[in-house]
Design a protein around this ligand. Sequence first.
Ligand code: ATP
Length: 249
Amino acid sequence: MLVSSDTPALSARNIHKSYRNGDSSMEILKGIDLTAQCGELTLLMGPSGSGKSTLMAVLAGLSCPDRGTVSILGQPIGDLGEADLTAVRLRHCGFIFQSPNLFGALSALDQVRLVLQLTGAPAADIDSRAWESLKEVGLSDRAHLKPSAMSGGEKQRVAIARALVKQPTLLFADEPTSALDRTNGDLVIRILRRIAHSNGAAVLCVTHDSRLIGHADRIVTIDDGRIVSDERPDTHDTFHQRDIENAAS
Ligand SMILES: Nc1ncnc2c1ncn2[C@@H]1O[C@H](COP(=O)(O)OP(=O)(O)OP(=O)(O)O)[C@@H](O)[C@H]1O
């Protein structure tokens, strides 16, 4: 895929999504516009039930919107068949969830190697890349341990190494720190920030964890299926949805 340097990693336009419950339908996303640039850690925050995880699933191509378009590196993913969409996700997207979901029988190193084998990386590169990725999350000395011998924070860092090893353009994280204590939560968000800043990934992180706010480049708040604020804490460059709408009109 040829991509200009101005192309956002992700762009979503007028996203609507409803869920059916028996005869009734509930609109969860009510016209979301969002662009994510490479090199930024963006937090998606908002009250429980406001639609954050639904939005993340739509942005990652895991769920289809009823209306609107999502583009990854300029490619509208709604135009892709299932096989091509899976290929885009495999090639460009990494995922981290609240629970690390590791394979119980595999060592940390093998969990990371497996991703590279599945993505068809050259066999000669697999070991060095897997080691490099574990080193990035500070787990070189834990590489041969299985999940049962690791702490919760270590397991979450293996999950990050597994997402990171593909060098994804887009990294989606859904509540990655909510099961972790303060020290491990802090470590995980620092790693996510470094992945954005040093590796140039666009990192989108759904969270309730207010401890993460100070680490973010941008905080997008969703309420009742709409973006209600979009803030850059470092620069205090704050603008609200009405400003976006005014700018677009
Ligand atoms: N598959 C589904 N079928 C029906 N309703 C759903 C489904 N998934 C989510 N919902 C509903 O959509 C609404 C938004 O859910 P979502 O998980 O996106 O919110 P959230 O902001 O991530 O919440 P939380 O912070 O509690 O995780 C909720 O009312 C939820 O019950």
